[in-house]
Design a protein around this ligand. Structure first.
Ligand SMILES: [Zn+2]
Length: 174
């Protein structure tokens, strides 16, 4: 397999002193692979590049950011059970609201399309059932366990705000 350098782009480093380089390679299958480097003695040990896909109409493109080491612009987490799914989707207060909705109804089907929709889908996916008594019981457990999850909607919102702060301005190579 061969890689061919098809273009090189540069721009000034954030500090204004050094340079940021982007070398774009193409392989035998015309797959594009950009390699980016910080050629700045002040910044190359302090920052790294991160990218984010931006959807613009029907096109998506990669937005590049220079991010301080130790920080990140994206949160990585995965969920493995119903309680984690639910905790990542709702705040504690929202979950209590859902418990009230479930108590006031006789069937999960009546809550389809409502604020509780996510819970009903997640319950169906994990337990293959939307029996109201079972769903109520699991939601009670979710509320009980809410703050034992490493990730819940409340921690995610805080992390998202940190990601926004770490992002700064996008880098445009020319
Ligand atoms: Zn610099």
């Amino acid at each position: 397999m061969s890689c061919e350098l098809i273009s090189t782009h540069t721009t000034a480093c954030l500090c204004g002193k050094g340079k940021l380089i982007e070398e774009v390679y193409s392989d035998d299958w015309n797959r594009i692979n950009p390699q980016r480097s910080i050629q700045c003695e002040h910044c190359n040990s302090k920052y790294h590049f991160e990218t984010q896909y931006i959807q613009h109409g029907d096109k998506s493109f990669e937005q590049v950011y220079m991010v301080e080491n130790g920080k990140s612009i994206s949160i990585k987490y995965s969920t493995h059970d119903f309680h984690q799914d639910v905790a990542c989707h709702y705040t504690y207060a929202e979950l209590q609201g859902i418990r009230d909705l479930l108590s006031a109804t006789t069937s999960c089907n009546k809550l389809k399309g409502s604020f509780a929709d996510f819970i009903i889908k997640a319950h169906k996916a994990r337990y293959n059932s939307i029996k109201i008594s079972m769903t109520r019981q699991h939601v009670d457990e979710s509320i009980e366990k809410y703050y034992t999850n490493k990730f819940n909607k409340e921690t995610i919102l805080t992390l998202q705000a940190e990601c926004e702060r770490a992002k700064g301005n996008p880098i445009y190579f020319t």
